[in-house]
Design a protein around this ligand. Structure first.
Ligand SMILES: Nc1ncnc2c1ncn2[C@@H]1O[C@H](COP(=O)(O)OP(=O)(O)OP(=O)(O)O)[C@@H](O)[C@H]1O
Ligand SMILES: [Mg+2]
Length: 268
């Protein structure tokens, strides 16, 4: 069973007032036009395509932030398309971590509290929240900066905080919509190192990017055009990709405890 199983997803946005629409007016946007896609556990997928081709629309559906107009979507075997909003919130909390281009951190709030936030929704106790948030910050190389607010951190550091927040409920799936879109190329590289390490630890990572350099970090590349997948290519077989990850772990170069250090080592 694949982690993500999507069948014939469509998403249609209707613009204009109900009256305009009833009169056959308004505008209809077909953002997704029949997208079928399986993504296996442990994969690293890059999604590319022109602006407006439907990438974020798909990410929002895969992330259970939005429902498709039609089609089927199963995440880890759970039928998402039939879920009510509280069930969607629950599956998001249990299984998914999000990373966005603009970091989406709370401004006058410390790194620690930003990372604690998803656990508040998940009902984790205050003591455990603190412990796990600190561990996640350490994991992204920001253990010493926990009391800093976003304005006291660089763009790359803010994105690390956002990644720590994405990790803190230990999700199976990380969805990152243009995670390096607001960063310079050196900092982008550091963030991709970090996502790469998380993938090596077994997390499934899906990123949207406009930059071919960034896409080369992924094993599999999808290209969107007009709401459809027009290209689906793989750099190496998934079994081999996973094997590499296993070697790295067995050799002790990428243990979970090392990642904080690794991330620290690649910091500017
Ligand atoms: N909430 C919405 N209401 C109406 N139309 C929308 C909405 N969200 C997206 N669209 C439209 O759906 C289409 C796909 O948008 P989407 O955001 O998925 O593109 P994208 O591939 O992520 O583009 P970009 O690279 O610019 O982020 C576009 O035509 C967009 O205008
Ligand atoms: Mg987008």
């Amino acid at each position: 069973m694949a982690l993500i199983e999507a069948r014939q997803l469509t998403k249609t946005y209707r613009m204009g007032t109900a009256k305009q629409q009833a009169a056959g007016g308004g505008m209809t946007v077909h953002a997704l036009q029949g997208v079928s896609l399986d993504i296996e556990e442990g994969d690293f997928v890059a999604i590319m395509g022109a602006s407006g081709s439907g990438k974020s629309t798909l990410m929002n559906i895969l992330g259970c932030l939005d429902l498709p107009t039609s089609g089927e979507y199963r995440l880890a075997g759970e039928e998402v398309e039939a879920m009510a909003s509280d069930q969607l919130a629950s599956i998001r909390n249990r299984r998914i971590g999000f990373v966005f281009q603009q970091f989406n951190l709370l401004p006058r709030t410390s790194a620690l509290e930003n990372v604690e936030l998803p656990m508040v929704y998940a009902g984790v106790t205050a003591v455990q929240r603190r412990e796990r948030a600190l561990a996640a910050l350490q994991r992204v190389g920001l253990g010493e900066r926990w009391q800093h607010t976003p304005s006291e951190l660089s763009g790359g550091q803010q994105q690390r905080v956002a990644i720590a927040r994405a990790l803190v409920n230990n999700p199976q799936l990380i969805l990152a919509d243009e995670p390096t879109g607001a960063l310079d190329s050196k900092t982008s590289e550091d963030i991709m190192h970090l996502l790469n390490e998380l993938n090596h630890q077994g997390m499934t990572v899906v990123i949207v990017t406009h930059e071919p350099d960034i896409a080369t970090w992924a094993r599999r590349k999808l290209v969107f055009r007009d709401g459809q997948i027009v290209e689906d290519s793989q750099r190496s077989p998934l079994a081999e990709w996973r094997q590499t990850e296993k070697h790295a772990r067995v050799a002790g170069t990428v243990s979970a405890a090392d990642v904080g250090q690794l991330a620290g080592a690649v910091q500017p």
